[in-house]
Design a protein around this ligand. Structure first.
Ligand SMILES: [Zn+2]
Ligand SMILES: [Zn+2]
Length: 230
């Protein structure tokens, strides 16, 4: 049934590049040429995946000083150009088709890991923010990861209990203070490994606070899977 619906949908709405309108590549709303323009976040910290200056590799100074609570963080692309445009179109113009393309790209990158998570969670929005925006962009992305990887997405296990003010204008230490105990996590049965899905990781402090909360609740391994890294 689902396949038929997909088939009919494809006849009327074939996959089309959101940037140049060429035919989409590999079920993406993105053509091969535009995908080739994405800048991969390659030279980055082994721990938090923050971009590192040229000719420097290993672990960044911040992680050496304060090792993060998550076990691994992946941000596929640099937060600029088309990846940034995709995220902003989803977040601010509610273009849900962007979530599908983002989800498929994250899934393609993560699907061959030796160890796969037993559950996914999306970085939650506070209920007030959720109501304002009408949706949670990370949850939209995670929905497609769940489908592609066949890993359950836990919808209400992780909640944002404090409505942290917009983080963008705050300094790193202010963000950290602002986020302290901002999340709660409740589970019926224990989980060994959870991947946290995010659109873009900026300083990593939100991801770190969620990982801390999950670990406190007994999760043994936490990875952060984001589409972009600022
Ligand atoms: Zn294109
Ligand atoms: Zn780092």
């Amino acid at each position: 049934m689902n396949n038929w619906l997909n088939f009919i949908q494809l006849i009327f709405y074939p996959y089309t590049c959101f940037s140049c309108n060429a035919a989409g590549h590999n079920r993406l709303d993105l053509c091969g040429a535009c995908l080739g323009d994405f800048i991969e976040n390659k030279n980055s910290c082994d721990s938090c995946d923050a971009p590192l200056p040229k000719n420097i590799n290993g672990t960044c100074g911040k992680c050496l000083k304060n090792p993060p609570h998550f076990d691994k963080a992946v941000g596929l692309y640099a937060y600029q150009g088309l990846p940034r445009f995709l995220i902003q179109s989803l977040k601010f113009n509610a273009k849900y088709s962007c979530a599908r393309t983002i989800g498929l790209l994250i899934a393609a990158r993560m699907k061959n890991q030796a160890l796969m998570p037993s559950a996914l969670i999306a970085v939650p929005l506070h209920p007030i923010r959720h109501r304002e925006r009408g949706f949670n962009q990370s949850e939209k992305i995670a929905h497609y990861l769940q489908r592609e990887l066949n890993i359950p997405l836990l919808h209400n296990a992780c909640k944002r209990t404090i409505n942290t003010t917009s983080q963008t204008h705050l300094k790193a230490h202010e963000r950290k203070k602002n986020l302290n105990k901002a999340f709660s996590f409740t589970l019926d049965k224990p989980l060994d490994f959870v991947a946290v899905i995010d659109d873009v990781v900026t300083t990593g402090s939100t991801a770190n606070e969620i990982a801390k909360t999950l670990k406190k609740a007994g999760v043994k391994r936490v990875e952060i899977w984001a589409f972009a890294r600022a």
